[in-house]
Design a protein around this ligand. Structure first.
Ligand code: PLP
Length: 437
């Protein structure tokens, strides 16, 4: 409570802005996840790996726009590409462009896809991937996993309603027909997944994240994911890997790294360099569902699907900035960072999950037991400790999601990561009585 009071006292301009915002936006913003009680911080500016709020506080940005901000704010190559495209091409031409083709070729080569199509978001990419799967199989239902987040209308946890703590509103009504989805009630449980997939009738697709991001950055085991793929194949269902968040974790995407060979892959986030972006692609036989030269194929529309800015920036991101070498080094850095954090937190109620540059923080009663699915998080979570940590990290100058996910930014100086490790250590020492198991 004291930390929350200090927060309110130190952020009077954010508070006033929130009061203004609730006059026209329900709850004060357009992304439920960004709501935090007593009010969300309003950010004013981002530069490199830092953000500044309205009250003038500077933070190291560990939110990284929930992984879409991999390149950091105002990346010079992204800015240069946007300026050049604006000047030379314009924003959107109501036509196909060379930018679109160039990015498509880059995506196919990089993520080993036969064909790809662009969307405005990861959500749309998943919806279109599902439509393609339904089209080619002539079936309807989709197996997903509890804790999964595949986008705004494709959310399957029972508690993914934002960071509002105990006052969290009910999950947003899912506008897709829930009856079309069969939810496996535990991620990382292969025997259970096999049973559910085998028993599912009218099965068009199995859709899975190789790391469950929104659930708490929980990696799927290689055996689990490969087993799910096999189960999908033996049912004749399309195996779709949602790499919207995870394609950053390995040079050719995490599916390639784990040898999963998915039928379809969905992409998004950082590839747009901060602009709205999504894509789905994969095997020719499935992607033919969207070939307008084929009789009876599906229509795929979206005014901004191939907008020139996102197309040209996407190519810059993959070809010039986040090259395979950079990707490998960056994710090693993330692994080392997570290991150091785990070392500092040993014996405490704070533990870490994740892979490479995506890290999940968990505050649990026992602190040590492995977290392999969302149900583990729900059962064991200590939201009081999590919230205390969040308020105190803000005071120490670290911008982090309240529910505890870090998405590292490429340009983050090593000394800043050292400073965070030190801040975590100090937090644990300061609160030994409640933090140590
Ligand atoms: N899939 C996964 C795994 C995600 O993490 C997200 C976004 O967080 C999405 C899909 C949806 O992407 P978008 O927010 O671009 O619609």
């Amino acid at each position: 409570d004291a930390a929350e009071e200090r927060f309110a006292a130190n952020n009077t301009l954010s508070k006033a802005q929130h009061e203004l915002a609730i006059g026209s936006l329900p709850g004060g913003n357009t992304r439920t996840l960004l709501h935090t009680s007593p009010f969300p911080l309003c950010m004013k500016q981002g530069k490199g790996a830092y953000v500044w709020d309205l009250d003038g506080h500077k933070y190291l940005d560990l939110v990284g726009e929930l992984s879409a901000g991999l390149l950091g704010h105002t990346h010079p190559q992204v800015q240069a590409t946007i300026r050049r495209t604006l000047e030379e091409t314009g924003v959107s031409l109501g036509a196909t462009t060379q930018h679109e083709q160039a990015l498509a070729a880059e995506l196919c080569a990089r993520f080993r896809l036969a064909r790809v199509r662009m969307t405005n978001s990861g959500t749309e990419a998943n919806l279109h991937a599902l439509a393609a799967a339904r089209h080619v199989t002539g079936r309807r239902r989709v197996v997903v996993f509890s804790g999964a987040y595949h986008g705004a209308v494709l959310s399957f946890p029972n508690d993914h309603a934002g960071d509002a703590g105990d006052a969290a509103p009910a999950p947003a009504p899912n506008t897709v027909d829930r009856a079309d989805f069969v939810v496996v009630p535990r991620y990382n449980d292969l025997a259970l997944a096999r049973r559910v997939i085998e028993a599912a009738d009218d099965l068009a697709a199995v859709l899975v994240e190789p790391v469950q991001g929104a659930a708490g950055c929980i990696p799927g085991g290689r055996e689990f994911l490969a087993g799910v793929r096999e189960a999908a194949r033996s049912k004749g269902a399309v195996f779709i890997l949602d790499e919207v968040k995870t394609s950053r974790l390995a040079p050719h995407g995490l599916g390639a790294e784990l040898g999963l060979g998915p039928d379809l892959v969905t992409l998004g986030k950082y590839i747009g360099g901060g602009l709205a972006f999504g894509a789905f692609g994969g095997r020719e036989e499935v992607m033919r569902a969207y070939d307008p030269r084929v009789r009876g194929s599906l229509a795929h529309s979206g005014t901004f699907n191939n907008n020139t800015l996102a197309m040209s920036v996407g190519r810059t991101v993959l070809a010039d900035v986040y090259t395979p070498d950079v990707c490998v080094r960056f994710n090693h850095k993330g692994d080392r960072f997570r290991e150091r954090l785990a070392e500092v937190a040993r014996g405490s109620r704070l533990s870490f999950t994740g892979r490479g540059s995506l890290i999940g923080l968990h505050f649990t009663e026992d602190g040590t037991e492995e977290i392999t699915c969302r149900e583990d998080v729900n059962r064991k979570q200590r939201t009081d400790l999590r919230d205390l940590f969040w308020f105190e990290m803000l005071e120490a100058g670290f911008w982090i999601t309240r529910r505890g996910v870090i998405a590292l930014i490429l340009e983050t100086p090593d000394e800043e990561l050292d400073r965070f490790v030190e801040a975590v250590k100090n937090f644990l020492e300061r609160h030994r009585d409640i933090m140590m198991v």
